[in-house]
Design a protein around this ligand. Sequence first.
Ligand SMILES: [Zn+2]
Length: 152
Amino acid sequence: MEKKKELQVAALENGTVIDHIPNDQLFKVVSLLGIKKSTTPVTIGYGLDSKKMGKKGIIKIADKFFKADEIDRISLIAPSSQLNIIRDYEVVEKKLVGLPDELVGIVKCNNPKCITNNEPMRTRFQVIDKENVTLKCHYCEMKTKKEDVIIQ
Ligand SMILES: [Zn+2]
């Protein structure tokens, strides 16, 4: 069983594996990360067996190490997914994506009167409910729920 699980994420010399992506969110994550434009090989696994989740998705990207703002983007769609950092065929770091306390320059404020929609400035949101994903604009204090989140 352990062997089979390893095979699903094998053969990446250097790069990042995004594991435990909810199956129905996989292609959202793919499009959000701009993977079509990737210049290095990407392997996308859909509908893989997972003991925890039933079915899951995986994305393996060669020679790619995510920056904090990219991880924040993933966190809005698939906070329970896990990043495995691979160097020289070894997993050197595993981390849960998780939602941060604050999102800067990632989400659009849905209030047309908000200063961030009228001035050239970065948006800033506090994550006030990590479980259900509710964000509060730092400037106009309008709350945005998960289903209304627009990622910039
Ligand atoms: Zn606002």
